[in-house]
Ligand binder design. Structure first.
Ligand SMILES: [Zn+2]
Length: 142
């Protein structure tokens, strides 16, 4: 392989890695996709997708908490647990950076499914019907 081709391959590879992981935390939270909120009290999770920046969505959740707005089951949960909160980086985990569409739907469903199986989710329990593909994925990557 010539040096020129090798450099090209390396560049593409590093772009793929950067794209999937985000080059920095700051940039990552400016993107949209699937996120997971963790209750600082009991570590149960809430998985959702957003077409807007993660940062904006997080601030919205916190505003809802402040004003006792029980719009999401996560906020309902926190209000029941005495409003325990923490930093965005500690509470909000980014699962998948992407635009709204079919992929985030699948990723969102899979993570809700996974947490439901682990009896660790705050989302609506009815959202996780038995799914053979997810079962297979979980067996290979628990
Ligand atoms: Zn909790």
């Amino acid at each position: 392989m010539s040096t020129w081709i090798f450099r090209g391959v390396l560049m593409v590879f590093s772009r793929v890695v950067e794209g999937s992981l985000g080059s920095s935390t700051q940039c990552k939270y400016d993107k949209s996709g699937v996120y997971q909120l963790t209750c600082p009290h009991c570590k149960m999770t809430y998985t959702r997708q957003t077409g807007r920046p993660f940062k904006t969505r997080f601030q919205e959740h916190m505003r809802n908490l402040k004003y006792n707005n029980r719009r999401s089951t996560f906020i309902q949960h926190l209000l029941e647990k005495g409003q325990a909160t923490g930093k965005m980086e500690e509470i909000m985990k980014i699962i998948h950076v992407t635009r709204k569409g079919r992929m985030p739907n699948t990723s969102e469903s899979f993570h809700i499914y996974k947490e439901t199986k682990a009896i660790n989710q705050i989302n609506n329990k009815l959202m996780a019907k038995r799914n053979e593909i997810f079962e297979t994925l979980l067996q290979h990557d628990p």
